[in-house]
Design a protein around this ligand. Sequence first.
Ligand code: ZN
Length: 99
Amino acid sequence: MTDSSPMPGERSRTIRQQLLDQLDGGPFSAGELSRLTRQSEREVLDHLEHLLHAGKVKALPASCAGCGFRFEKRTRSKKPGKCPQCKSTRIRPPRFTLP
Ligand SMILES: [Zn+2]
């Protein structure tokens, strides 16, 4: 078994670069990015937070699949549970794209 994993900092940088590469064809939700980069969704969200903070990524708010309500204030990480307008729980998660 060979272990050629790079330094932790190096690895983070690489994952962020992968995310940016994927988002070039975006937008994608954290779940989709998780599958595309083969990282856990939690890890993807950590990196997305960092990229958002650095201004390299833009978040599109979650929206309601029932009435189209946009969760403008909850653009980051976790998706909301249900729509305050129509009470639907069919919520489209926030998606991420390049600014
Ligand atoms: Zn709704």
